[in-house]
Design a protein around this ligand. Sequence first.
Ligand SMILES: [Fe+2]
Ligand SMILES: [Fe+2]
Length: 262
Amino acid sequence: MTRILFLGDIVGRPGLELVKSALPGIRAERAIDCVIANAENVSGGSGCLPAAYRQLRAAGVDLVTLGDHVYKKAEIIEILRTDERICRPANLPPEAPGRGYALAPLATGVPVAVISLLGRTYMRAVDCPFHAFDRLLPELPANCLVVVDMHAEATADKYLMAHHVKGRVAAVFGTHTHVPTADEQILPPGTAFQCDVGMCGPHDSILGRRIDRVLHHTLTAMPTPFEVAEGDVRLNGAIVEVDSANRATRIERWRSKSAGSV
Ligand SMILES: [Fe+2]
Ligand SMILES: [Fe+2]
């Protein structure tokens, strides 16, 4: 049995610091074999700098996904080109730097891959994520345990993707909205699904950003920097158990308590 922890969008330094301090304990306590994290918001709330990526890897994150903010910190592009532990969304144009899936070997020898896909509802136009998945899946190593990060605004996009890929991947986790949904489930014959796993960051906020800043912009339409908030930092994600046939047998919606009491 393989146990995977998937962490939702890590937001800013508060999210990064809590992941760094809490992850070694969580890995040991829950006997986690592989950690996948979405890091699209880790650097200043938008994008992922190389230093943050390296800190996440050193803290025990095996595979890193991004999202619509993939290139907001251009310094990550060289790592996207050369490092197979991080990927860009697969349904960007073919010329976009980076690979469509990230790959890591488990201690058992089974490879784990995560495929990142972007939704198309209320988001910038991208290629069809469903056909992008179908094109990409045959390129993965045989017997690979596959997880999909479906980075989308609309719940229907995420449900449709889960039903499109069920039986072909071990799990589909939604990201991007930063708000966890209470719908974790196993879709027969063995694909775990949660529509959104939420974020790792300050919850006294608007999706990780300072409430006063976002409210001021909303009320006045004045340009306002949306700085990352600081209060009530939590981790949100999901833990899934996968059997030797790469089928999910159990999913648990998971969240830490506030910083310092994980
Ligand atoms: Fe995000
Ligand atoms: Fe996003």
